[in-house]
Design a protein around this ligand. Structure first.
Ligand SMILES: [Zn+2]
Ligand SMILES: [Zn+2]
Length: 122
């Protein structure tokens, strides 16, 4: 998993906001307040090819959070990368040499990765 650049993240947030921007045609059958509650991110204008929205900061914060990579998953991925780095496929079983000790580190790191990720799902 290669971490995305800040630009890619910004583009993903922009895409999600654009997709979420709701333009009511006035026929939704809801009152203005109900309509606003149902679609917290409202289309407000189009300018220079960019969608502008009218939304509460909490609605935007929630949407951005839903788009951002899960920090726990990112941490777990980092731990697994570290595990892959120190691991080796030596089949020595002595438990104390330069092959066995890093293999033990790798196993510990993978356990930590599983732990970090399962903690995030609960
Ligand atoms: Zn509406
Ligand atoms: Zn060994």
């Amino acid at each position: 998993m290669t971490p995305e650049t800040p630009n890619e993240t910004a583009q993903r947030i922009a895409d999600a906001l654009t997709a979420a921007a709701f333009e009511c045609d006035g026929k939704c059958g809801l009152s203005e307040q109900e309509c606003y509650d149902a679609h917290p991110i409202m289309f407000s204008a189009m300018s220079n090819g960019t969608t502008h929205v009218n939304a509460s900061v909490t609605a935007i914060a929630e949407l951005v959070l839903s788009v951002l990579p899960d920090p726990a998953a990112a941490r777990a991925a980092g731990l697994r990368e570290a595990a892959a780095f120190v691991d080796n496929d030596d089949d020595c079983g002595c438990g104390g040499c330069d092959s066995c000790i890093p293999r033990k580190f790798a196993a510990d790191l993978r356990r930590m990765a599983d732990h970090v990720q399962s903690g995030a799902q609960s």
